[in-house]
Design a protein around this ligand. Structure first.
Ligand SMILES: [Fe+2]
Length: 273
């Protein structure tokens, strides 16, 4: 079975579920994925002894059209594609390991296929076991998620389909995974409902959300949806973010100069309507 990613990503990409592999059209640089396996995730799981599945998600970094190489170098940008399985990790919904960025760098995600929860957390700068703000973003294919400066992030696949995301990010730093590992995960775990479950406001997916006891203080969750349009960043729902690099790369300047921009309107309250 094939997932055609062309419409939402704007690129000739297909994910073959049987082969667990992304296929690239001829105008694209074909890259091999970094594969996140269960053994690398053990510290951040709620249930640390689970053994399956072996492979959790696939990170295809620096995907691009051959014709865009010079413009990507000039603007210091990288485009990645991540494919996340629709399988639970014990009780937990499938998720990424989680990371912070150095300095104030943010990121721009796009949901290309499936449904996505993105859990953002902003730690106190003196004590990273105090989380001052937690944002729970619910998004579907075609929607964009702007990660503001200062927020660590994980992606969660609540299923039932594969979750495929793309992202634009500055090419001038490497992500930092240590704080998520030492805190044994994000501020909250999102698990299949059993006891006290709550329905997420807009996607209507039942989930139990458990506070990670390692943190000293954690802010309450704020449930949000991505704004449908953010003109200064060139973002419009269902309009692929890859195309920004050829149309108007200046709108991605916020990824390299994050503090020159405002982020107050990138999310709207999740209302369930
Ligand atoms: Fe990131």
């Amino acid at each position: 079975m094939i997932i055609d990613l062309k419409e939402k990503s704007g690129l000739g990409l297909e994910f073959d579920i049987n082969k667990q592999e992304l296929f690239f059209d001829q105008d694209l640089k074909s890259t091999l994925p970094a594969i996140r396996i269960i053994g690398q995730m053990r510290e951040v799981l709620l249930e640390k002894d689970i053994k399956e599945p072996e492979e959790l998600y696939y990170m295809y970094r620096d995907v691009h059209r051959f014709s865009d190489v010079s413009i990507l170098e000039k603007h210091k940008l990288r485009y990645d594609v991540t494919v996340i399985k629709p399988v639970c990790l014990g009780k937990e919904f499938m998720k990424t390991a989680g990371h912070y960025h150095p300095g104030d760098f943010g990121e721009l995600y796009e949901v290309v296929h499936g449904q996505c929860f993105c859990l953002l957390q902003r730690p106190n700068l003196e004590d990273h076991r105090i989380i001052e703000e937690v944002i729970f973003v619910e998004a579907v294919a075609g929607e964009k998620i702007v990660i503001p400066p200062g927020f660590g992030h994980i992606l969660i696949n609540p299923g039932p389909d594969y979750l495929v995301t793309s992202n634009w990010v500055s090419s001038s730093f490497s992500s930092r995974y240590e704080l998520y590992k030492s805190a044994e995960g994000a501020a909250y775990f999102v698990v299949l409902p059993e006891g006290d479950s709550q329905v997420t406001p807009s996607l209507r997916i039942s989930a139990e959300i458990i506070k990670n006891p390692i943190f000293r203080e954690v802010a309450n969750l704020r449930f949000v949806r991505p704004a449908k349009q953010i003109t200064r960043f060139g973002l419009i729902k269902n309009s692929p973010v890859y195309n920004l690099i050829s149309k108007n790369p200046k709108v991605l300047d916020f990824l390299n100069h994050p503090l020159d921009y405002e982020y107050g309107d990138v999310f709207v309250k999740a209302s369930g309507n």
